[in-house]
Design a protein around this ligand. Structure first.
Ligand SMILES: Nc1ncnc2c1ncn2[C@@H]1O[C@H](COP(=O)(O)OP(=O)(O)OP(=O)(O)O)[C@@H](O)[C@H]1O
Ligand SMILES: Cc1ncc(CO)c(N)n1
Length: 266
């Protein structure tokens, strides 16, 4: 059985964070484990509060999971603060994790900070060099590089700059760019690959970023290469968005089940 670990925050609303990750792992038939960095009081409309887990207890959870169950791939999401980022980097190095997907979650869709700017440098310096894939959205890519990203050309430039901090692959997600297609750029230090799908005009989009990175992680755990995992994760997300539901009064949720059994066998 393939195993994937998510190191992330809890979304009480069930749409993003570690709940999205575990649902995605299950739908792709990968055994999921979770290390919680922060508990958010959150729903489809926003983040009402948060309670960060002390870094030493994040470390203890990591020892429990990695010292016993292990993981074929690991994903990080909301890491809450600089101390947790640093602790996670130390532990992942200690356990020799090499299929690591870092989703640099800075801000929730509602605008609430999930990782303060004081921690961004630590993320770049300590976690990015360990990553196989880093998956910033446009805002995160802008915050990391200081570039203003208005086009696919700018996305490529941002990907190249982020690659210099040490990850083997960078995916810059273009979900927030205008246009008829949703385009993501993958850069491996040499080649640029472009992944495109028709832009869906729907509002059931809570947790798209988490789900995309979780699907990449699950597919890497199963042995797919990075470009294949990114392409298939995008298709997973497209189907989950189409099947999404208007849960709550804000951004609705994705639907993780039914369609995938036909194309993802054990
Ligand atoms: N309207 C859309 N139609 C189709 N695909 C989309 C749409 N919006 C985003 N995507 C795709 O979803 C994935 C996540 O991209 P996005 O830029 O939304 O990430 P994110 O901003 O991290 O997510 P979140 O908004 O949940 O934080 C990417 O593959 C992107 O291309
Ligand atoms: C806990 C958590 N992680 C990540 C996101 C990003 O969407 C969110 N809204 N909440």
């Amino acid at each position: 059985m393939y195993k994937a670990l998510t190191i992330a925050g809890s979304d009480s609303g069930g749409g993003a964070g570690l709940q999205a990750d575990l649902k995605t792992f299950a739908a792709l038939k990968v055994y999921g484990t979770s290390v919680i960095t922060s508990v958010t009081a959150q729903n489809t409309r926003g983040v009402q509060g948060r309670y960060d887990i002390p870094a030493h207890f994040v470390a203890q959870q990591l020892d429990s999971v990695l010292g016993d169950i292990g993981a074929d791939a690991v994903k990080t999401g909301m890491l809450a603060n600089a101390e947790i980022v640093s602790t996670v980097a130390t532990k992942l190095k200690e356990y020799g994790i090499n299929r690591l997907v870092v989703d640099p979650v800075f801000v929730a869709k509602s605008g609430h900070f999930l990782l303060g700017p004081d921690a961004w440098e630590v993320l770049k310096e300590e976690l990015f060099p360990l990553a196989l894939v880093v998956t910033p959205n446009l805002d995160e890519a802008e915050a990391l590089t200081g570039l203003s990203i208005q086009s696919e050309k700018d996305m490529v430039e941002a990907a190249q700059r982020i690659w210099d901090w040490g990850p083997k692959f960078v995916v810059v997600k273009g979900g927030h760019l205008a246009g008829e297609e949703a385009v993501d750029i993958l850069f491996d230090g040499k080649e640029v690959l472009r992944f495109s799908s028709p832009r869906l005009l729907i509002s059931n989009t809570h947790g798209t970023g988490c789900t995309f990175a979780a699907a990449i992680t699950a597919l890497l755990a199963k042995g797919w290469g990075v470009p294949e995992a990114v392409g298939r994760a995008k298709e997973y997300l497209r189907q989950a968005m189409i099947a999404g539901r208007p849960v709550g009064k804000g951004y609705g949720c994705l639907h993780h089940l039914a369609p995938y059994y036909s194309w993802e066998d054990d």
